[in-house]
Design a protein around this ligand. Structure first.
Ligand SMILES: C[S@@+](CC[C@H](N)C(=O)[O-])C[C@H]1O[C@@H](n2cnc3c(N)ncnc32)[C@H](O)[C@@H]1O
Length: 234
């Protein structure tokens, strides 16, 4: 990894620690149903662009990994779906996010959720240790998306699935857009055109790779929110 990639990750992490410190309320009610959000304690905030838990339909007993888990909202929703026999682990490289998510899990008395500091490009987990890998608006921020999808494939058990909500592009970002930190840290210019993004999942070994549109591109923009899903062959 080059020095500049390390520096970029540090900057992104500091940006999200600052965002967390400023965040006041939970989430976009257009993404999560109001009744779901009303059950969350103060301190649970979302920086997501979709609702991967609703889309992944997790089953009781499943082991779930959330890439870039932030303050933990998606992990808490998944924990309810997988029940006490299942487990949910969130991984994030921002220490303040891990601290906040862990405190939130305690407030919710959820014993089947834990959070661990780590980089999604080099996951700190054994091979084949999860049934579902989900993520909400994070892969776009990773400089090495091939590594992210290779790692997701490695830690999934055969037959396991990925469910990723993310920003996708309708054209490549320009050099200037990629160099614009607000656009990059805002989850836009670090992403890829849809075909390129899906191609990286296929290259990592996944099958059944598809995208469903969560929110259409707004007029004048080159991005939209998509729900990307794929399976590791059994
Ligand atoms: C846009 S926020 C989304 C957080 C959460 N998924 C949500 O929906 O609220 C991006 C999160 O990804 C984390 N992140 C970004 N790049 C990462 C990486 N390479 N490894 C681990 N975490 C990362 C950030 O620290 C931040 O918490």
């Amino acid at each position: 990894m080059t020095q500049s990639t390390e520096q970029l990750k540090d900057e992104i992490s500091r940006h999200y620690a600052a965002q967390l410190a400023q965040a006041e309320s939970c989430c976009d009610e257009g993404i999560y149903p109001v009744e779901v959000l009303s059950r969350m304690p103060e301190g649970v905030v979302s920086f997501g662009c979709g609702n991967p838990v609703a889309l992944a339909s997790m089953r009781p007993g499943e082991r779930v990994l959330d890439l870039g888990s932030g303050a933990g909202l998606d992990c808490f929703l998944a924990a309810r779906q997988v029940g006490p026999e299942g487990s949910v682990v969130g991984v994030d490289f921002t220490p303040d996010m891990i601290e906040r998510a862990t405190a939130n899990a305690r407030k919710l008395h959820l014993a089947n959720v834990s959070f661990r500091r780590g980089d999604i490009e080099a996951l700190p987990f054994e091979d084949a240790s999860f049934d579902v890998v989900m993520s909400n608006c994070v892969v776009n921020l990773a400089p090495d998306k091939d590594a992210v999808f290779r790692e997701a494939f490695r830690v999934l058990a055969p037959g396991g699935r990925v469910m990723v909500s993310d920003i996708l592009l309708t054209r490549s970002a320009t050099e200037a857009e990629m160099a614009d930190f607000a656009l990059l840290s805002g989850c836009i210019s670090g992403s890829l055109p849809t075909d390129e993004y899906l191609g990286k999942l296929t290259a990592a070994g996944f099958t059944g790779v598809r995208v469903d549109t969560e929110h259409e591109p707004e007029a004048g923009t080159f991005w939209y929110s998509g729900a990307v899903s794929a399976t590791k062959p059994a």
